[in-house]
Design a protein around this ligand. Sequence first.
Ligand code: SAM
Length: 302
Amino acid sequence: MTHAARAILPPIAAARHPGGSTGPMLWSTFWQEFNLETVPHERCYIPGDGRPIVDRHWAHFAATLPRSAQVIDLACGAGIVGSTLLRCRSDLHVTGVDWADVPIARVANLEIHPWVCMEQLPFDDGCFDAAVSLYGIEYGDIAKTAGELARVLKAGARFSFLVHHQESEILREGGARRRAVREALSGKVKAAFLSGRLAAVDLQRQRLKAQFPADPSVALIADYLRRNIMRTRAERQALWQKLAADFDPELSLLLHLERSAKSPAGMGVWLASLLSGVTRTSVSLLRRASGEPIAWIVEGVR
Ligand SMILES: C[S@@+](CC[C@H](N)C(=O)[O-])C[C@H]1O[C@@H](n2cnc3c(N)ncnc32)[C@H](O)[C@@H]1O
């Protein structure tokens, strides 16, 4: 998620997607940041060697599905899971739903429905042979989603969900990023900037750069504040407000990420809700070559 970092390059660009702070609007902002001309069928970032391991997981799952199976992808984003399944099995039909204004992939047998909540699916009863989700189902209300899965899946339909793990690198990176940006926009830094004293801003700038040497936005924010310290107080106030607003969507999404991720104990509670709609589940871990978790694998049968 780099949109906020780009947004503060002077002059601070007007937010391209003003819209409330509701989930669908936030995620729409996220998806619209990608340039689909240069990066077709963009997807959420998976660090390290995670992406090929995730792709292999979907290839294995695709191989287990009946001929011409109808598959639903919950919280599909730009449809990366559907595209991966269809590369392995062109006879499948994948229907993706996402509550955001996600880009529509042009892939044969892949149909994407934006603005659709997984808790309220606009499909007939028993019309899917399988369900998948990659870093998606855990963002929603699992009890309601389980009810919808029970309704739209045929008896015996299989599902495979890759769910955020609290100890994955994605979560570690996300947490570090959130801490860094929050500190750069903290009351201490704001007070230094609004004081109009160059020495005060420099002190904060040095502290932030020392504390978060690897975060590009922290350095950008610190340098930006220093460059604008000579402005009037009213201008500085307006710039600060704009800065905070520019980073707000990213901070909110990072919070969504943290809340969606499951610890071992949290997974137990979540599974109990899922089991209200399906008959069998098994849980295991998808791991990187280093052994570190990439995701929980939650699989089973309707
Ligand atoms: C981390 S992204 C993953 C997207 C996609 N599965 C991928 O791997 O690229 C999470 C997605 O969940 C969607 N989402 C969150 N809550 C949702 C809900 N209740 N119903 C439908 N989609 C939801 C967001 O809009 C976002 O696109």
